[in-house]
Design a protein around this ligand. Structure first.
Ligand SMILES: Cc1ncc(COP(=O)(O)O)c(C=O)c1O
Length: 379
């Protein structure tokens, strides 16, 4: 039985060229980038080059990229770093109800530490409204953090409009772009973004590495203390092979972005067409006008998600009920609750399929056949 991996939003396989680049790095460049001798300089050069690749990919300056251990740390650094450095200007933060837990749980801790957080609602398509952002903004708002693409349903938020709205406000604008980066075009200056989180393992790079973009003018404090690495913004000896692997993944995805987006969009349509041909009853969660190409979240009426996921796994399909963090727990997805309300049947019958490297049209057709068989059996 061929296994079909359609859970790329949880994590993605490493690209073979990334693995090669990392093996090379581990063999050749073991120096500490802070050392002044040859070995250190050699490692430093690799980091400098990787930082340039990261900054160019989003239209930022080289010194605006801070390497971190991934999306979670970037989110924590952005939120906590800005909150504690700017609390004399205010203690109000705006975010949404559908953020990743890296944001939501950080906000919960900030609330305990004396900050006030407004959680914006979303409509049935999973979008926030600009009007709601306007209404929530206050003179003492210091930070607005709104994700670019939601990891459970794939909804794209109106990032440039939020950036425009905040131009004349003191609040910094942070976006968690972990699910968007590599598939959507991003220019931080054109979009009015002050801080942005990115993770390597969602774009076929290694796990445990990512970056935070922070505009030169942003005042924020480090959250990890120690040496003077990353211009004193994030202490700790740099993960050189990880950073080089990440930069390699960025170079690859840059070349393949449009082709991949087109393929994933086609897979989404193909999956729905094939399920309809099989006469399976389903609904897409979200509005296709505002969806990132790689994620599709479908609800199958009358199906219980726990048995559905077990059956999918038994039939060789790796999909998910939502974010990797909530998968396996019986709590309904906070994203679907925000979209449809606590009583919705969709909370118990929705599955996320997410496409990526290695998926083919044949796999998607086979996926539809296996899903249809399971739905018929469970009904
Ligand atoms: C939107 C979003 N933000 C943050 C994260 C966390 O990133 P990492 O796994 O690199 O810590 C994820 C990962 O699932 C995500 O999807």
């Amino acid at each position: 039985m061929e296994r079909i991996y359609v859970d790329h939003a949880a994590t993605s396989p490493m690209h073979p060229m990334v693995i090669d680049a990392m093996i090379h790095e581990m063999n050749e460049t073991f120096g500490n980038p802070s050392s002044i001798h040859f070995f250190g300089r050699q490692a430093r050069q690799k980091i400098d080059e990787s930082r340039r690749i990261c900054s160019e990919s989003i239209g930022a300056k080289v010194n605006e990229i801070i390497f971190t251990s991934g999306g979670t740390e970037s989110d924590n650094l952005a939120l906590r770093g800005v909150a504690f450095s700017n609390k004399q200007k205010g203690k109000h933060i705006i975010t949404t109800m559908i953020e990743h837990h890296a944001i939501l749980n950080t906000c919960k801790v900030l609330e305990k530490e004396g900050f006030e957080v407004t959680y914006l609602p979303v409509d049935e398509s999973g979008r926030i409204s600009i009007e709601d952002v306007k209404k929530a903004l206050r003179d003492d708002t210091i930070l607005v953090s709104i994700m670019m693409v939601n990891n459970e349903v794939g909804t794209v938020q109106p990032i440039k409009e939020i950036g425009d709205l905040l131009k004349d406000h003191q609040a910094y604008f942070h976006t968690d772009a972990v699910q968007a980066y590599g598939l959507l075009p991003i220019n931080v200056y054109e979009m009015g973004i002050d801080l942005m989180s990115v993770s390597s393992h969602k774009i076929n790079g290694p796990k445990g590495v990512g970056f935070l973009f922070a505009k030169e003018s942003v005042v924020f404090s480090p959250q990890v203390f120690g040496g003077e690495q990353e211009r004193k913004r994030r202490a700790g000896t740099e993960n050189v092979p990880g950073i080089v692997g990440f930069a390699t993944a960025i170079q690859i995805i840059k070349q393949e972005r449009e082709e991949r987006s087109t393929s994933y969009l086609a897979y989404r349509t193909l999956l729905m067409d094939e399920l309809s041909n099989e006469q399976i009853e389903f609904e897409m969660n979200g509005n296709s006008t505002y969806l990132a190409p790689h994620v599709i979240n479908l609800s199958f009426k009358g199906i219980s998600i726990e048995s559905f996921l077990v059956n999918l796994d038994l039939s060789g399909i790796a999909a998910s009920s939502g974010s990797a963090c909530t998968a396996g727990s019986i709590d309904p997805s906070h994203v679907l609750v925000a979209m449809f309300g606590k009583g919705s049947e969709k909370l118990r019958s929705s599955v996320r399929f997410s496409f990526g490297l290695g998926n083919t049209e044949e796999q998607i057709k086979e996926l539809a056949i296996r899903v249809a068989t399971i739905v018929r059996r469970l009904k």
